[in-house]
Design a protein around this ligand. Structure first.
Ligand code: FMN
Length: 190
């Protein structure tokens, strides 16, 4: 037998079911018209729809519910330092107690902090991140309140279905000779 092939699975109790997912940088617009940008991973796509699992108390969630819009920016592996700079920051002021406890700080200018360039969306007022190879403008289509059956988590999590309205991509990730297919995807592009 090689590696883990043929291994017998054991029952585990993981603290969190994050097995490795792509990072999405969600661009949204604050109520004063300024931009917010936040990393998140609980995202999956079906056609031109995307489901986003978000904490209710994030500035991003508040912005999306108020404006009905966002941009899903997909960073390349080369942008990992920018993503790291955004970690443990929030556009919320004051910082929600749970985040304060986990070491989060308020950051008003997330684009400035991470060094990415904000571009206006064409179908939404939310910002694109110019350096991200894929930037998807989107409108909120449906909101599902998660964990309603759990008193501890009720009201804290939402699954937002968004409808993609426009997709921008860096030409170098496109497949040769095809205008609608990517060469490669996710953390594999650099
Ligand atoms: C790599 C990474 C993945 C994350 N994934 C999620 C996620 O899937 N859902 C979520 O609500 N927060 C996620 N977070 C935490 C948010 O970034 C955090 O709540 C942040 O404060 C949101 O910013 P905002 O309050 O300005 O919207 C993730 C953070 C990092 C660094």
């Amino acid at each position: 037998m090689h590696g883990t092939l043929g291994s017998t699975a054991v029952q585990i109790d993981p603290a969190i079911l994050y097995f490795g997912t792509p990072v999405v940088l969600i661009g949204s617009t604050n109520d004063d018209g300024s931009y917010n940008l936040a990393p998140m991973s609980s995202a999956w796509w079906v056609g031109w729809r995307c489901m986003l699992g978000l904490a209710r108390n994030s500035r991003t969630t508040e912005n999306m519910l108020r404006s009905g819009e966002c941009v899903l920016n997909l960073p390349s592996a080369g942008l990992v330092a920018a993503v790291d700079r955004l970690a443990r920051t929030t556009g919320s002021n004051p910082v929600p107690p749970g985040k304060l406890y986990r070491g989060y700080r308020h950051e008003k200018d997330k684009f400035g902090l991470c060094g990415l360039t904000a571009l206006p969306g064409e179908t939404v007022s939310a910002p694109r991140a110019a350096e991200c190879p894929v930037q998807m403008e989107a409108k909120v289509a449906h909101v599902h309140e998660m964990a309603q059956d759990d008193a501890a988590w009720r009201g804290n999590l939402a699954a937002l279905e968004v409808r993609i309205t426009r997709v921008h991509a860096h030409p170098e990730i496109m497949m040769d000779g095809a205008s609608n297919r990517k060469r490669c995807f996710g953390p594999t592009f650099h």
